[in-house]
Design a protein around this ligand. Structure first.
Ligand code: 0GY
Length: 289
């Protein structure tokens, strides 16, 4: 692994917050293990091993029932580790793949059978090389017949440029980590308002209210992220998802305690109804219907 790589927390706390029955960790990854699933040559980072057995042990320890495993960029478009984890979890995991326009119908169908329900389009320059927008549009059109959706990862400063493209995409679009707002600016700042407006005007756009540990300037317990995430949950309770982001790629400031991350949930989803929608109803509708 990279010399400055931070390994996931070895002994997370048991959460004080009791997750509702059937809760879904809707954003997590697997890395390798490298001996079985080598990392991609074009990767921008080399992580520690963090395989499916460790992920499933964390799922059970925290009290989740299911996982949505998002293909991590260190595996490029080689989805084998993610697909293997989905298969091993039987019906308790779904996957999000990274594919190129060259992906065959057969590969798409095989991934669907394993539990894949979407593709991720990544615009974060430190993680991936550029993909032509025509390729993304072609992939987006092809996955519609499978009923898949599109997960997009971008940073706040890129939203203005991306907006016409995002609103052109068919089907359900899920934005990672609220579009990575600058949370040192208040909720009513024009950039975050732009994001909220995007969701308001496009009923097909969802958001993961994830990664306080990435967005926070203050560190745990991430007080500075509460207002932004709570605003998204309150306004769009039927279009939000939550996940741990285990094993937390590229965290440099600190490694979060996954149990403490679960304890963050009731601070942003304040009623039992909001919690049930965020953790159970919404992910079940999108991934298991
Ligand atoms: C995340 C965030 C990051 C990395 C990846 O696939 C990835 O490599 O998603 C990041 O570095 O911000 O959502 O896991």
């Amino acid at each position: 692994m990279d010399a400055d790589w931070l390994v996931f927390h070895p002994t997370p706390k048991k959460p004080d917050f009791r997750l509702p029955a059937g809760a879904v960790d809707a954003h997590c990854h697997v890395f390798g293990p490298e001996a079985e699933f080598p990392f991609a040559p074009e990767r921008k980072y080399t992580p520690c091993d963090a395989g499916k057995d460790q992920l499933f042990a964390l799922r059970d320890f925290l009290g989740f029932e299911r996982n949505v495993i998002v293909q991590a960029t260190c595996h490029g478009k080689d989805n084998r580790a993610m697909v293997d984890a989905c298969r091993a979890a039987s019906d308790r995991a779904r996957g999000i793949a990274s594919v190129g326009a060259e992906v065959s119908e057969r590969e798409l169908r095989d991934m669907h059978a394993a539990g894949v329900r979407g593709v991720r389009f990544n615009f974060v320059k430190r993680l991936v090389d550029d993909t032509p927008r025509e390729d993304f549009l072609e992939i987006a059109a092809r996955i519609q017949k499978l009923g898949w959706h599109i997960v997009v990862y971008f940073e706040a400063q890129d939203l203005e440029d991306l907006e016409p493209f995002l609103t052109q995409l068919p089907g359900t679009i899920v934005v990672d980590h609220m579009g990575r707002p600058d949370i040192s600016k208040p909720v009513n700042n024009p950039d975050f308002q732009r994001f909220l407006r995007l969701m308001e005007e496009n009923g097909n756009i969802w958001s993961k209210v994830t990664c306080p540990e990435r967005l926070s300037r203050q560190g745990p317990p991430y007080d500075d992220v509460v207002a932004h995430a709570a605003a998204v949950v309150a306004r769009f309770p039927d279009r939000v998802l939550w996940g741990t982001d285990w094993p937390h790629p590229n965290m440099k400031s600190h490694m979060p305690d996954d149990g403490a991350l679960v304890d963050f949930i009731p601070r942003i989803a304040r009623t039992p109804e909001q919690q049930r929608k965020l953790l159970v109803d919404n992910p079940m509708r999108l991934y298991w219907a």
